[in-house]
Write a protein that binds this ligand. Structure first.
Ligand SMILES: [Zn+2]
Ligand SMILES: [Zn+2]
Ligand SMILES: [Zn+2]
Length: 151
C-alpha cells in the first residue's frame, strides 16, 4: 500500500518549546507557525526567511538557522538533506516517510510504501544488519515541470 502523509494535528507550540527548556520567544513561535500555516510541508531556511518577511517580521537568517537546528535537535522538526545540498525541514509527526523530489522546481512529496520498507529490512537482515534508520529520495520531474519541459 502506498500512501501520502497529511498533516493531522496542530502542535501546541508554546508548551512544546517550554518542555524543551527553551524560552518561548516571538521569533521561535513565528518560525513554527510558518510551518503550521505554510501550504508546502517542507521548508528550507530561506523559505522560512521569505515567509517571515512577507508577514513583515524581520527575523535574521542567523536566528532562523539557530532556531531550526534547535527544533531539529529537540525533535519538533525533521531535517532532510538532498543531493544538491538543499536542506528542508518539516514538522515531525513521528511517522517515518520517504521523499520524492522534483529536480526542476524543488517540490517535495512524502510517501510511504510498505513493500519498499519491508524489502529494505529484508536486504539489511540478509547481510546481518539490523536496520535502524534510512532515507530514500527519488529524484525526478513533477507533472507540471514535465509538461513544461515537453513544450
Ligand atoms: Zn522508508
Ligand atoms: Zn517540478
Ligand atoms: Zn516529508
Amino acid at each position: 500500500m502506498l500512501y501520502y502523509i497529511t498533516m493531522e494535528h496542530k502542535y501546541p507550540f508554546e508548551n512544546e518549546i517550554r518542555n524543551l527548556g527553551l524560552k518561548v520567544t516571538g521569533p521561535r513561535l513565528k518560525i513554527l507557525s510558518i510551518f503550521e500555516e505554510s501550504k508546502s510541508r517542507h521548508l528550507s531556511a530561506e523559505d522560512v526567511y521569505q515567509a517571515l518577511k512577507t508577514n513583515s517580521s524581520d527575523v535574521g537568517m542567523a536566528t532562523i538557522y539557530r532556531a531550526l537546528a534547535n527544533f531539529e535537535k529537540a525533535g519538533i522538526l525533521v531535517k532532510s538533506t538532498f543531493e544538491d545540498g538543499k536542506a528542508v525541514f518539516e514538522i515531525n509527526e513521528g511517522k517515518h516517510h520517504d521523499h520524492l523530489i522534483c529536480i526542476e522546481c524543488g517540490e517535495v512529496v512524502c510517501f510511504v510504501d510498505e513493500e519498499i520498507e519491508r524489502r529494505q529490512k529484508k536486504i539489511a537482515s540478509k547481510r546481518g544488519f539490523t536496520l535502524k534508520n534510512h532515507s530514500l529520495v527519488l529524484y525526478g520531474s513533477c507533472q507540471q515541470c514535465e509538461s513544461k519541459l515537453g513544450t
